[in-house]
Design a protein around this ligand. Structure first.
Ligand code: NAD
Length: 257
């Protein structure tokens, strides 16, 4: 089984890891549905570029992953999918006693609750098709913690738990559910953390990257979006048929420490 001709929905995929995963699966022949909460010409243009470059069908559907009904509507509007990649995510860094409640709520909604709604809406389509893959983009923070990231760490540990539960509920079906746990990948989400971290540690950009961000990543290299796309592609292959309910770290050794 390959992803050729399969339909993949990747939430939060107009940039970063989501876009990289969509591109890698399109390269492997999958039709892709891109998503974010905006509805700009450039969002639709990204889909058109993927369709042209890889000769697949590609669409962009606007849906805000912080809203339950829009999560479910995304799956309905796409007409279901064979592969669901729950990737949408945001970050906020603050000590817990200064952590804004609205940021906590938004992180839990977008990084965790959205996957509950999209998975619930997608599984009936996978069951009808007799094949399905759910891949949750968790994080090294789904397995370990860091200070000042209470909501993110809670959401990512939560999605690892959700992954295991969905895997058990689909264990006797031709459907798997796994979580991919990236370490640091240089995307807009990580880029946005650099100025705050520079200020907090009173360091320059390169020093922050090597000494703070990649301090816990023994390889001292960022993971790439292509590597993450390749990992998702592997989870869709026949070799991964018995891999379900687990996590695959793509973190340069972070969680081995
Ligand atoms: P990014 O900011 O480039 O991408 C996040 C995506 O989510 C964007 O497409 C954005 O538009 C979308 N998004 C945000 N809010 C949304 C909403 N309400 N509705 C729909 N879409 C929304 O960041 P990224 O680094 O590519 O992150 C993607 C995922 O990977 C996240 O879940 C993140 O936690 C996870 N992750 C990233 C890293 C890293 O180092 N970059 C490491 C581990 C895990």
């Amino acid at each position: 089984m390959s992803v050729t001709g399969k339909t993949v929905i990747v939430t939060g995929s107009n940039s970063g890891i989501g876009l990289g995963v969509a591109q890698e699966l399109a390269r492997a022949g999958a039709n892709v549905v891109l998503n974010s909460f905006t509805n700009r010409d450039e969002d639709h243009a990204i889909a058109a570029e993927i369709a042209k470059e890889f000769g697949v069908e590609a669409r962009y559907i606007k849906a805000d992953m912080s809203k339950a009904e829009e999560c479910r509507a995304l799956i309905d509007q796409a007409g279901g999918c064979d592969i669901l990649v729950n990737n949408a995510g945001i970050q906020h860094v603050a000590p817990i006693d200064a952590f804004p409640t609205e940021k906590w709520d938004a992180i839990i909604a977008i990084n965790l609750t959205s996957a509950f709604h999209t998975t619930a809406a997608a599984l009936p389509h996978m069951r009808a098709a007799g094949w399905g893959r759910v891949v949750n983009i968790a994080s090294a923070h789904g397995l370990t913690a860091s200070p000042f990231k209470s909501a993110y760490v809670a959401a990512k540990h939560g999605i690892v738990g959700l992954t295991k539960t969905v895997a058990l509920e689909t264990a006797e079906e031709p459907i798997t559910c796994n979580a991919v746990c990236p370490g640091y990948v240089l995307t807009p989400l990580v880029e946005a953390q650099i100025p705050d971290t520079m200020e907090k540690y009173n360091m320059g950009r390169e020093e922050v990257i090597k000494k703070v961000m990649l301090e816990r990543q023994p390889s001292r290299e960022f993971a790439t979006v292509e590597q993450l796309g390749g990992t998702v592609n592997f989870l869709c292959s026949d070799a991964a048929k018995q891999i379900t309910g687990t996590t695959i770290s793509v973190d340069g050794g972070w969680t081995a420490l």
